[in-house]
Design a protein around this ligand. Structure first.
Ligand SMILES: [Zn+2]
Length: 349
Protein backbone atom coordinates (compact mmCIF):
# COMPACT_ATOMS: atom_id res chain seq x y z
CA UNK A 1 0.00 0.00 0.00
CA UNK A 2 2.87 2.29 0.82
CA UNK A 3 4.21 1.75 -2.66
CA UNK A 4 0.89 2.80 -4.11
CA UNK A 5 1.01 6.03 -2.11
CA UNK A 6 4.49 6.69 -3.43
CA UNK A 7 3.38 6.07 -6.97
CA UNK A 8 0.46 8.46 -6.49
CA UNK A 9 2.87 11.19 -5.43
CA UNK A 10 5.04 10.40 -8.46
CA UNK A 11 2.13 10.59 -10.85
CA UNK A 12 1.00 13.85 -9.34
CA UNK A 13 4.47 15.22 -9.98
CA UNK A 14 4.20 14.31 -13.65
CA UNK A 15 0.81 15.92 -13.96
CA UNK A 16 2.12 19.05 -12.27
CA UNK A 17 4.57 19.56 -15.11
CA UNK A 18 1.84 19.61 -17.72
CA UNK A 19 -0.96 21.24 -15.77
CA UNK A 20 1.27 23.89 -14.28
CA UNK A 21 2.36 25.01 -17.69
CA UNK A 22 -1.29 25.18 -18.75
CA UNK A 23 -2.13 27.37 -15.74
CA UNK A 24 0.77 29.61 -16.58
CA UNK A 25 -0.72 30.19 -20.00
CA UNK A 26 -4.17 30.97 -18.60
CA UNK A 27 -3.17 33.71 -16.17
CA UNK A 28 -1.73 36.54 -18.22
CA UNK A 29 -0.63 38.38 -15.11
CA UNK A 30 1.86 35.64 -14.35
CA UNK A 31 3.95 36.52 -17.33
CA UNK A 32 5.02 39.61 -15.42
CA UNK A 33 5.69 37.67 -12.22
CA UNK A 34 9.01 38.52 -10.68
CA UNK A 35 11.60 35.94 -9.86
CA UNK A 36 11.35 34.59 -6.37
CA UNK A 37 13.60 36.24 -3.85
CA UNK A 38 14.66 34.65 -0.60
CA UNK A 39 12.88 36.94 1.87
CA UNK A 40 14.85 35.96 4.95
CA UNK A 41 11.58 35.66 6.89
CA UNK A 42 11.28 32.65 9.12
CA UNK A 43 8.44 30.84 10.83
CA UNK A 44 8.22 28.41 13.73
CA UNK A 45 6.75 25.01 12.86
CA UNK A 46 6.82 21.37 13.89
CA UNK A 47 8.18 18.87 11.38
CA UNK A 48 7.43 15.14 11.38
CA UNK A 49 9.92 12.78 12.92
CA UNK A 50 10.73 9.33 11.57
CA UNK A 51 8.02 7.76 13.67
CA UNK A 52 5.25 9.95 12.29
CA UNK A 53 5.06 12.20 15.34
CA UNK A 54 5.42 15.96 15.66
CA UNK A 55 8.95 17.01 16.50
CA UNK A 56 9.95 19.99 18.62
CA UNK A 57 9.39 23.55 17.38
CA UNK A 58 11.96 24.60 14.80
CA UNK A 59 12.48 27.86 12.98
CA UNK A 60 12.48 27.45 9.18
CA UNK A 61 12.51 29.90 6.28
CA UNK A 62 9.12 30.93 4.91
CA UNK A 63 8.49 29.60 1.41
CA UNK A 64 8.01 32.41 -1.06
CA UNK A 65 7.50 31.71 -4.75
CA UNK A 66 6.32 33.75 -7.70
CA UNK A 67 3.03 32.81 -9.38
CA UNK A 68 5.14 31.54 -12.26
CA UNK A 69 6.88 29.04 -9.98
CA UNK A 70 3.65 28.00 -8.25
CA UNK A 71 2.06 27.38 -11.63
CA UNK A 72 4.90 25.03 -12.51
CA UNK A 73 4.57 23.05 -9.30
CA UNK A 74 0.82 22.84 -8.84
CA UNK A 75 -2.06 21.38 -10.82
CA UNK A 76 -4.68 23.73 -12.22
CA UNK A 77 -7.03 22.88 -9.33
CA UNK A 78 -4.29 23.21 -6.72
CA UNK A 79 -3.42 26.65 -8.04
CA UNK A 80 -7.07 27.78 -8.16
CA UNK A 81 -7.75 26.63 -4.58
CA UNK A 82 -4.38 27.17 -2.92
CA UNK A 83 -3.10 30.35 -4.51
CA UNK A 84 -6.37 32.04 -5.49
CA UNK A 85 -8.42 31.11 -2.37
CA UNK A 86 -10.84 28.94 -4.32
CA UNK A 87 -13.01 26.13 -2.99
CA UNK A 88 -13.36 22.69 -4.54
CA UNK A 89 -16.87 21.32 -5.11
CA UNK A 90 -18.33 19.42 -2.16
CA UNK A 91 -17.95 15.61 -2.29
CA UNK A 92 -15.54 15.95 -5.25
CA UNK A 93 -12.17 16.10 -3.49
CA UNK A 94 -10.02 12.96 -3.51
CA UNK A 95 -9.61 12.88 0.27
CA UNK A 96 -13.20 13.49 1.38
CA UNK A 97 -13.76 9.74 1.59
CA UNK A 98 -10.19 8.70 2.39
CA UNK A 99 -10.20 6.42 5.44
CA UNK A 100 -6.59 5.26 5.26
CA UNK A 101 -4.25 5.92 8.15
CA UNK A 102 -1.55 8.45 7.49
CA UNK A 103 -0.53 12.08 7.37
CA UNK A 104 -1.83 14.89 5.20
CA UNK A 105 0.81 17.41 4.26
CA UNK A 106 0.89 20.67 2.32
CA UNK A 107 1.00 20.14 -1.44
CA UNK A 108 2.92 23.39 -1.70
CA UNK A 109 5.77 22.97 0.75
CA UNK A 110 5.56 19.49 2.32
CA UNK A 111 4.69 20.72 5.83
CA UNK A 112 2.64 18.15 7.81
CA UNK A 113 -0.83 19.61 8.42
CA UNK A 114 -3.29 16.93 9.60
CA UNK A 115 -3.37 13.31 10.77
CA UNK A 116 -5.94 10.70 9.74
CA UNK A 117 -6.58 10.05 13.46
CA UNK A 118 -8.06 13.57 13.75
CA UNK A 119 -10.31 13.26 10.66
CA UNK A 120 -14.05 12.83 11.07
CA UNK A 121 -17.05 12.56 8.79
CA UNK A 122 -18.73 15.96 8.96
CA UNK A 123 -21.16 15.21 6.14
CA UNK A 124 -20.20 18.51 4.50
CA UNK A 125 -18.41 17.00 1.52
CA UNK A 126 -14.97 18.29 2.48
CA UNK A 127 -12.26 16.55 4.50
CA UNK A 128 -12.80 17.61 8.11
CA UNK A 129 -10.43 17.46 11.07
CA UNK A 130 -10.95 18.42 14.70
CA UNK A 131 -7.34 19.50 15.20
CA UNK A 132 -4.20 20.17 13.15
CA UNK A 133 -1.00 18.11 13.20
CA UNK A 134 0.51 21.05 15.11
CA UNK A 135 -1.08 24.41 15.91
CA UNK A 136 2.14 26.12 14.84
CA UNK A 137 1.76 24.82 11.29
CA UNK A 138 -1.46 26.69 10.51
CA UNK A 139 -2.00 30.41 10.03
CA UNK A 140 -5.42 31.97 10.50
CA UNK A 141 -7.01 35.06 9.01
CA UNK A 142 -10.48 36.58 9.10
CA UNK A 143 -12.19 36.06 5.76
CA UNK A 144 -15.08 38.45 5.04
CA UNK A 145 -15.78 37.21 1.51
CA UNK A 146 -19.33 36.14 0.54
CA UNK A 147 -20.81 38.50 3.17
CA UNK A 148 -19.80 36.18 6.03
CA UNK A 149 -17.12 36.43 8.63
CA UNK A 150 -15.16 33.19 8.61
CA UNK A 151 -11.73 32.15 9.78
CA UNK A 152 -9.51 31.14 6.89
CA UNK A 153 -6.71 28.68 7.53
CA UNK A 154 -3.47 28.67 5.59
CA UNK A 155 -0.22 26.75 5.59
CA UNK A 156 1.91 28.95 7.81
CA UNK A 157 5.07 28.28 5.80
CA UNK A 158 3.99 28.82 2.19
CA UNK A 159 0.70 30.70 2.59
CA UNK A 160 -1.31 28.05 0.74
CA UNK A 161 -5.04 28.63 1.29
CA UNK A 162 -6.35 25.41 2.85
CA UNK A 163 -9.94 26.12 3.88
CA UNK A 164 -11.71 27.42 7.00
CA UNK A 165 -12.15 26.52 10.65
CA UNK A 166 -15.59 26.58 12.30
CA UNK A 167 -16.59 26.29 16.00
CA UNK A 168 -19.02 23.40 15.42
CA UNK A 169 -16.71 20.40 15.52
CA UNK A 170 -16.72 17.35 17.79
CA UNK A 171 -14.98 16.89 21.11
CA UNK A 172 -12.35 17.34 22.39
CA UNK A 173 -11.69 20.63 20.55
CA UNK A 174 -15.14 21.58 19.28
CA UNK A 175 -13.46 22.71 16.06
CA UNK A 176 -14.05 21.70 12.46
CA UNK A 177 -11.21 22.34 10.06
CA UNK A 178 -12.93 22.22 6.66
CA UNK A 179 -10.12 21.61 4.20
CA UNK A 180 -9.87 21.29 0.42
CA UNK A 181 -8.40 17.99 -0.77
CA UNK A 182 -6.64 19.72 -3.64
CA UNK A 183 -4.08 21.43 -1.43
CA UNK A 184 -3.17 18.28 0.48
CA UNK A 185 -0.83 15.40 -0.30
CA UNK A 186 -1.24 12.15 1.60
CA UNK A 187 1.33 9.71 2.87
CA UNK A 188 -0.04 6.42 4.08
CA UNK A 189 1.12 5.10 7.43
CA UNK A 190 3.32 2.05 7.42
CA UNK A 191 6.86 0.95 7.09
CA UNK A 192 9.21 3.37 5.38
CA UNK A 193 9.71 2.53 1.71
CA UNK A 194 12.64 0.27 0.89
CA UNK A 195 13.93 2.76 -1.63
CA UNK A 196 13.79 6.49 -0.98
CA UNK A 197 14.47 9.32 -3.40
CA UNK A 198 16.06 12.69 -2.72
CA UNK A 199 17.32 15.43 -5.06
CA UNK A 200 20.62 17.02 -4.08
CA UNK A 201 22.25 20.16 -5.46
CA UNK A 202 25.89 20.64 -4.52
CA UNK A 203 27.58 22.31 -7.47
CA UNK A 204 28.41 20.86 -10.89
CA UNK A 205 26.28 17.70 -11.12
CA UNK A 206 28.99 15.71 -12.90
CA UNK A 207 31.12 15.55 -9.75
CA UNK A 208 28.18 15.18 -7.36
CA UNK A 209 26.89 12.18 -9.31
CA UNK A 210 30.34 10.63 -9.34
CA UNK A 211 30.51 11.01 -5.56
CA UNK A 212 27.08 9.50 -4.87
CA UNK A 213 27.31 6.67 -7.42
CA UNK A 214 29.91 4.99 -5.22
CA UNK A 215 28.26 5.68 -1.85
CA UNK A 216 27.25 2.44 -0.07
CA UNK A 217 23.50 1.86 -0.19
CA UNK A 218 22.86 4.13 -3.17
CA UNK A 219 20.85 2.17 -5.74
CA UNK A 220 20.89 4.65 -8.58
CA UNK A 221 21.90 8.17 -9.52
CA UNK A 222 20.79 10.45 -12.31
CA UNK A 223 21.59 14.07 -13.06
CA UNK A 224 18.90 16.62 -13.84
CA UNK A 225 17.34 19.96 -13.07
CA UNK A 226 14.96 21.06 -10.31
CA UNK A 227 13.67 24.16 -8.60
CA UNK A 228 13.06 26.31 -11.67
CA UNK A 229 10.07 27.78 -13.43
CA UNK A 230 10.28 26.49 -17.00
CA UNK A 231 9.07 23.14 -18.25
CA UNK A 232 11.91 21.50 -20.14
CA UNK A 233 15.14 23.33 -19.48
CA UNK A 234 18.26 22.53 -21.46
CA UNK A 235 21.74 22.52 -19.97
CA UNK A 236 22.49 25.74 -21.83
CA UNK A 237 19.36 27.45 -20.48
CA UNK A 238 20.15 26.39 -16.92
CA UNK A 239 23.73 27.64 -17.28
CA UNK A 240 22.32 30.90 -18.67
CA UNK A 241 20.61 31.50 -15.28
CA UNK A 242 17.28 32.22 -16.95
CA UNK A 243 15.20 29.35 -15.62
CA UNK A 244 15.92 29.22 -11.89
CA UNK A 245 16.92 25.56 -11.98
CA UNK A 246 19.63 23.96 -9.88
CA UNK A 247 21.80 21.16 -11.21
CA UNK A 248 20.80 18.22 -9.05
CA UNK A 249 21.50 14.54 -8.65
CA UNK A 250 18.49 12.32 -8.13
CA UNK A 251 19.69 9.80 -5.57
CA UNK A 252 17.76 6.60 -4.89
CA UNK A 253 18.95 4.80 -1.78
CA UNK A 254 18.20 1.49 -0.13
CA UNK A 255 16.91 2.14 3.39
CA UNK A 256 18.05 -1.33 4.50
CA UNK A 257 21.66 -0.50 3.64
CA UNK A 258 21.82 3.19 4.44
CA UNK A 259 19.64 6.01 5.80
CA UNK A 260 18.58 9.55 4.97
CA UNK A 261 20.90 10.71 7.74
CA UNK A 262 23.94 8.93 6.30
CA UNK A 263 23.18 10.14 2.75
CA UNK A 264 22.86 13.74 3.96
CA UNK A 265 25.92 13.59 6.20
CA UNK A 266 27.84 12.48 3.11
CA UNK A 267 26.22 15.29 1.08
CA UNK A 268 27.79 17.81 3.45
CA UNK A 269 31.24 16.30 2.91
CA UNK A 270 31.22 16.48 -0.90
CA UNK A 271 30.68 20.23 -1.23
CA UNK A 272 30.95 23.53 0.60
CA UNK A 273 27.51 24.26 2.09
CA UNK A 274 28.56 27.72 3.29
CA UNK A 275 28.59 29.30 -0.16
CA UNK A 276 25.11 29.43 -1.66
CA UNK A 277 25.83 29.95 -5.35
CA UNK A 278 29.44 28.94 -5.62
CA UNK A 279 31.43 25.70 -5.53
CA UNK A 280 35.11 26.21 -6.19
CA UNK A 281 35.48 27.79 -9.62
CA UNK A 282 31.80 27.24 -10.47
CA UNK A 283 29.70 30.32 -9.79
CA UNK A 284 25.98 30.70 -10.43
CA UNK A 285 22.58 29.86 -8.96
CA UNK A 286 22.51 26.52 -10.80
CA UNK A 287 25.31 25.42 -8.44
CA UNK A 288 23.38 26.26 -5.28
CA UNK A 289 23.51 24.04 -2.25
CA UNK A 290 20.02 22.57 -1.94
CA UNK A 291 18.18 19.51 -0.64
CA UNK A 292 14.86 18.75 -2.34
CA UNK A 293 13.01 16.28 -0.11
CA UNK A 294 10.26 13.98 -1.38
CA UNK A 295 8.89 12.80 2.01
CA UNK A 296 8.22 15.02 5.05
CA UNK A 297 10.44 12.84 7.26
CA UNK A 298 13.44 13.62 5.06
CA UNK A 299 13.07 17.33 5.84
CA UNK A 300 13.20 16.67 9.56
CA UNK A 301 16.36 14.61 9.12
CA UNK A 302 17.91 17.27 6.87
CA UNK A 303 17.33 20.02 9.41
CA UNK A 304 18.60 17.78 12.24
CA UNK A 305 21.81 17.04 10.34
CA UNK A 306 22.32 20.73 9.55
CA UNK A 307 21.66 21.69 13.16
CA UNK A 308 24.14 19.08 14.39
CA UNK A 309 26.86 20.25 12.01
CA UNK A 310 26.23 23.83 13.12
CA UNK A 311 26.45 22.95 16.82
CA UNK A 312 29.64 20.99 16.23
CA UNK A 313 31.06 23.94 14.26
CA UNK A 314 32.10 21.69 11.39
CA UNK A 315 32.31 24.71 9.12
CA UNK A 316 33.86 28.09 9.86
CA UNK A 317 30.87 29.89 8.32
CA UNK A 318 27.10 29.25 8.63
CA UNK A 319 25.54 26.55 6.45
CA UNK A 320 23.39 28.21 3.79
CA UNK A 321 21.96 25.06 2.19
CA UNK A 322 18.29 25.43 1.28
CA UNK A 323 15.84 22.68 2.13
CA UNK A 324 12.80 22.61 -0.15
CA UNK A 325 9.93 20.31 -1.05
CA UNK A 326 10.70 18.69 -4.41
CA UNK A 327 8.62 20.03 -7.29
CA UNK A 328 8.98 19.03 -10.94
CA UNK A 329 12.26 17.33 -11.78
CA UNK A 330 13.64 17.10 -15.31
CA UNK A 331 16.20 14.47 -16.25
CA UNK A 332 19.35 15.98 -17.74
CA UNK A 333 20.55 15.25 -21.25
CA UNK A 334 22.11 11.80 -21.81
CA UNK A 335 25.52 13.32 -22.40
CA UNK A 336 25.58 14.59 -18.81
CA UNK A 337 24.72 11.25 -17.19
CA UNK A 338 27.76 9.56 -15.61
CA UNK A 339 29.83 12.23 -17.30
CA UNK A 340 33.17 11.47 -15.68
CA UNK A 341 32.77 7.72 -16.24
CA UNK A 342 32.22 8.33 -19.94
CA UNK A 343 34.68 11.15 -20.45
CA UNK A 344 37.37 10.55 -17.90
CA UNK A 345 38.44 13.20 -15.47
CA UNK A 346 37.14 13.58 -11.98
CA UNK A 347 35.56 15.92 -9.58
CA UNK A 348 37.26 19.28 -9.78
CA UNK A 349 36.97 19.88 -6.06
ZN1 LIG B 1 2.80 24.88 2.69
Amino acid sequence: MRKRAQIMVGLAGGIVLLAGWWVYGQFGVMAQAKETKVSGETVKVRLMTDVGKAGSVVEVPKVSRSDKEWAMRLTVEQFRVGRAAGTERAFCGVFNDNHKKGVYFCAGCGLPLFLSADKFDSGTGWPSFFQPFAEENLGEETDSALGMSRTEVQCVRCGMHLGHVFPDGPKPTGLRYCINSAVLSFQEEGLAPEVETILLGAGCFWGVEEAFAKFPGVKSTEVGYAGGWTKSPTYEEVCGHGTGHAEVVKVEYDTKKTSTEKVLEYFFTVHDPTTMNRQGPDVGDQYRSVIFFTRPEQEEVAREVMGKLGRERKFSRPIVTRVDFAGPYMKGEEGHQRYFEKNGGGCRR
